[in-house]
Design a protein around this ligand. Sequence first.
Ligand code: MG
Length: 404
Amino acid sequence: MQAKEQFSCGIVIVAAGRGERAGSLRDGPKQYRPIGGRPVITHTLDVFATWPREKRIVVVIHPDDETLFDDARSQVSGDTSSITFTHGGPTRQLSVFAGLKALEKSGISHVMIHDAVRPFIDHALLDRCFLALAEGSDAVLPAIAVADTLKRGSPDGKVVETVSRTGLFGAQTPQCFRFLPILDAHANAAASGRSDFTDDASIAEWAGLPVTLVEGLADNVKLTIKRDIAMADEKLSRNRLPDVRTGNGYDVHQLVEGDGVTLCGIFIPHDQKLLGHSDADVALHALTDALLATCGAGDIGDHFPPSDPQWKGAASRIFLEHAARIVRDNGGTIMNADISLIAEAPKVGPHRLAMRENLAAMLGISLDRCSVKATTNEKIGFVGRREGIAAIATATVVYAGDGK
Ligand code: MG
C-alpha cells in the first residue's frame, strides 16, 4: 500500500488528431465539432475542470488548432485556470509523450491520460480510477466486459470461428498511472523506435507494469466517425434545457396640457400630452427595455441617448424595432410581449386591438403573442392625479444554444 504518499494528479487530454474518419477535413477535427451547441472537447474538459480534486490539465493539440482550442476552452464552465496546452506529435503515442513531458517539472505523482473525443466520462468514473491509484496501483485501466459474441472472419467475408469472449474487455480512457514509471515507459518506447501503440496501457504492459482493471462506463464511447458525432449531438440536444429568457421594462412620462397621447404607436386624442424627447410612447419604451434585457444589451438610453437631437420627436417604433433586431441578431426568437399601462385617462380599451396589431407588426410575431392591458391607479399618487402615465412590459425570448 502506497496510499500515504503525497498524491497529486496531472491530466493529459489527447486532442492532436486530425479525425479523418469522422468526415471531411473541411468540417475540421472531430474534437472541435459542436455537440449540444459546444465543441466535443469542451464537454470533456468540463468534466475534468469541475472534478473537485487538485489537478493540472495539459491538452495536447495540433499546432494548427490553437485558435480552435482557445475558443473551446473559453466555453468550459468549470475553472479553466489549471488548463494549459502543448503541441502533439505525428502519432497518438508521441502526442501523449509530449503531454507527459509538459508535466515533467510539475512534481505530480500520478497522471490520467484521456481521449478528448470521449466527452461522456463522469466524476464517478474518475473517482473509481483515483481510488485504484490511491490504493497503490501502478496502472489503472477502465474497461467494459465485451458483451457481443465475437467472430473471427476470413478475408473473403466468411466466419472462421467463434472466439470466446470470456475475460475480454474493451479498453477505455482515462488510463491512469504513477507518473514516473509511465513517463519512463514512453521514453523507452520512443527511444526504441516504437510509435505505434494505440493506448497507454499497452505501453505499460510492454514495460512490464502491472495494469489493474476498473469498471468502465458504457456511455464513455469514443466519437470516431461522423455518425458518432451526430448521435452525441442528438443525445445532448434531447437533454438540453431551452434557453428561455424573460425581460422586464418600466417607464413613466409626465402629462401636461395638450391634444393627445401616443401609446403603442396609436395616437389617442386627449386633453393632455406626454412630455418627452421622442414621441414619449411610454408603452413602447418599457417594451424596448424588456427586449434588450433578454440579451444583456443595456437599456433604451444606451442606444438612443435623450441628449441626441436626432431622436427629437422620433416615433418610438424605431426604438422597438431596433431592440427586436438586436434580439434576432443574438439568435433570439420573440415568443410574446405584454404591456400594462397605468393611467387614469384616456381610456385604452377602444384602442387595444389596434395597439396589439401594431406590436405584432413591429415585432414580426402573431397577434395572440401580443398583449396590452390597462388599469387606473385608483386616483392615488402621480398617476391618480393625472400627472403622468406609467407602463410595465414583459418580453419572453427563446435563444438558440443550450443556455450556457
Ligand atoms: Mg421613456
